[in-house]
Design a protein around this ligand. Structure first.
Ligand code: GLV
Ligand code: MG
Length: 366
């Protein structure tokens, strides 16, 4: 049995509150990583769990590794993350060439401001090992995360963790520098999602893969994301919440999957709003037309962001000596206390990562 923190590669990926062993890299020594809106992981910083640690991933753009034109075009699009796909968007016969395209695109492309991810094939196929080896050997220094689809167990994540560690050591890359994104796409994956989310300190996100998931449980609909007329609720609610709880328990981000009706941006927005309301951090986008909607839906509004920053400043002031060492105070019509501060931390961190700037300031009373 592999322990849930099974990992050969914890250096630099330690979570808040974990002790630092002398033979491990400390948080401040993590290799600098590219990516827009990275909220840096700082040891000991008291910064509300998940939001103190990871990158902005409001829009995660799928780019088929077999399509050289799209690999070039994606570089100029305003997605927070790109994932260059070697899995289901690439036909079996095209996979060997797609690996080469992906390596070339990572090394020669300009991905500034974006998190760079490659989705490899799942571990029941014959391709996974060569996907990982070829991509990391060829472009490991230009890669932020490997996405593992159809994850079913913690052991599968542990395999990827150890394989990455071996490659990093061989190539002289910082051990633990490449992250893992785990995609939940079937019943077994969902049932094991707690163990999966805890299986490696490399994991940054848990992703819902609705299309494969619907197929795996025989859900009676062919439209991904759509509500079903015969079911009086949201058929995805349980799955999304299950993923969200596993993610948050382990300080990870939760990412919603694709919406396949790519011309229906209103439909995309509607589905995205549902997972954003629950607390999801972002969603896949399959088409440039969906990017703006995703960036908007998963960012806090300017008013919410301003209010969050105001709460943080006010709370800091009122709990201080100068502010009277108060634990609960009125801010306008709202009573704020430690729990308000925690909620505000999340929204403020999201706003900062999304590039918002505040338009109001807290002024202490005379
Ligand atoms: C994505 O991979 C999905 O299956 O929805
Ligand atoms: Mg899938």
């Amino acid at each position: 049995m592999i322990s849930t923190r099974a990992s050969s590669a914890v250096a630099g990926r330690k979570r808040q509150g974990e002790a630092t062993r002398s033979d491990e890299t400390t948080c401040s020594e993590v290799a600098p990583r590219q990516g827009r809106g990275v909220v840096s992981r700082q040891c000991g910083e008291e910064f509300g769990g998940i939001m103190g640690t990871l990158r902005s991933r409001r829009s995660c753009l799928a780019v088929p590794g077999s399509n050289v034109k799209m690999l070039a075009k994606a570089q100029g699009l305003p997605a927070d993350q790109v994932f260059l796909d070697l899995e289901d968007a690439v036909a079996p016969l095209a996979k060997p060439d797609a690996r080469k395209n992906v390596v070339a695109a990572l090394n020669e492309g300009d991905w500034a401001g974006k998190t760079r991810v490659v989705r490899v094939n799942d571990l029941t196929t014959k391709w996974t090992l060569h996907d990982v080896v070829e991509v990391v050997e060829g472009a490991g220094q230009n890669l932020d995360c490997v996405m593992l689809p159809k994850v079913q167990s913690a052991e599968q994540v542990a395999w990827l963790d150890m394989t990455l560690a071996m490659l990093e050591k061989t190539l002289g890359l910082p051990v633990g520098g490449i992250g893992i994104e785990a995609q939940i796409e079937n019943a077994r994956g969902l049932v094991n999602v707690d163990a999966i989310a805890a299986a490696s300190p490399r994991i940054e996100t848990i992703i819902f893969g609705p299309a494969d998931f619907m197929a795996s449980i025989n859900m009676r609909s062919l439209t991904v994301g759509a509500l079903h007329p015969d079911y009086p609720g949201d058929p995805y609610h349980y799955i999304l919440m299950r993923i969200l709880m596993a993610a948050r328990t382990n300080d990870l981000q939760a990412i919603d999957g694709p919406y396949l009706q790519i011309r229906d941006v209103d439909g995309f927005r509607e589905v995205a709003k549902r997972s954003a309301a629950l607390g999801f951090d972002g969603k896949w986008v399959l088409h440039p037309g969906q990017i703006e909607a995703a960036n908007e839906v998963y960012s806090p509004s300017q008013a919410d962001y301003d209010r969050a920053e105001l709460i943080l400043d006010a709370y800091e002031y009122y709990t201080s000596e100068a502010g009277g060492k108060l634990g609960a105070v009125m801010l306008g019509d709202e009573m704020i206390d430690e729990a308000s501060r925690k909620m505000a931390l999340v929204i403020a961190a999201r706003g900062r990562a999304a590039g918002l700037t505040r338009t109001s300031r807290f002024t202490p009373p005379e």
